[in-house]
Ligand binder design. Structure first.
Ligand SMILES: [Zn+2]
Length: 186
């Protein structure tokens, strides 16, 4: 197969395969019909779409999925601290991120594909960091029970526990300096 001098944009390949208007190059369909390598790319995209459609038809819908996803009340403080509740989303995010990174490292992807996948791999990581950022102030707000929470966290989430312990070091040093200054003034 002769290499194409003007390879179609992946978005146009998807558009031609699904029979919609190509957003980048208006003549994408004509080019795919004349160019062997772009035609093959379109065929591959069409095959993938059909395989996914077949899969969604074969796998039965999960019963009661919506009520299980949409919560009517917010999590209680105790629930927010329970790792068992968060294990599934955390593991799913980690698996998605790992899968995205594995795809990024796959050798037979073009630079354009990798740029798109790179952004896709960032999504679960950003979501995870954002959920952590939302969770931290909630922990601080529950200050009176903060120490109890910290000991729970230490038991349940080793990484968060270690970070908390490391944060205690500068806090401890600051307290010692404050105490020394107070004693010196007396
Ligand atoms: Zn071409």
């Amino acid at each position: 197969m002769t290499p194409c001098l003007r390879p179609l944009d992946p978005i146009d390949v998807e558009a031609v395969a699904s029979g919609t208007e190509p957003p980048v190059a208006p003549d994408a369909a004509g080019h795919a019909a004349a160019c062997a390598s772009c035609g093959a790319a379109v065929e591959m995209a069409r095959g993938l779409a059909q395989a996914l459609e077949r899969l969604s038809r074969e796998v039965p819908a999960v019963p009661d999925l919506t009520p299980r996803i949409i919560r009517l009340r917010t999590f209680s403080v105790r629930e927010r601290r329970t790792y068992a509740l968060w294990r599934a989303p955390i593991l799913l995010s980690a698996a998605t991120a790992a899968g995205g990174l594995a795809l990024l490292l796959a050798p037979n992807l073009t630079a354009g594909d990798q740029a798109g996948l790179g952004t896709a791999a960032l999504v679960p990581i950003v979501a995870f960091v954002r959920s952590l950022a939302r969770w931290a102030p909630a922990l601080v707000r529950s200050a009176p029970s903060g120490l109890e929470a910290l000991s729970d966290v230490l038991h349940q989430e080793r990484l968060v526990g270690l970070v908390s312990l490391l944060l205690l070091v500068p806090a401890g040093l600051g307290l010692r300096r404050a105490f020394a200054r107070a004693r010196g003034r007396r």
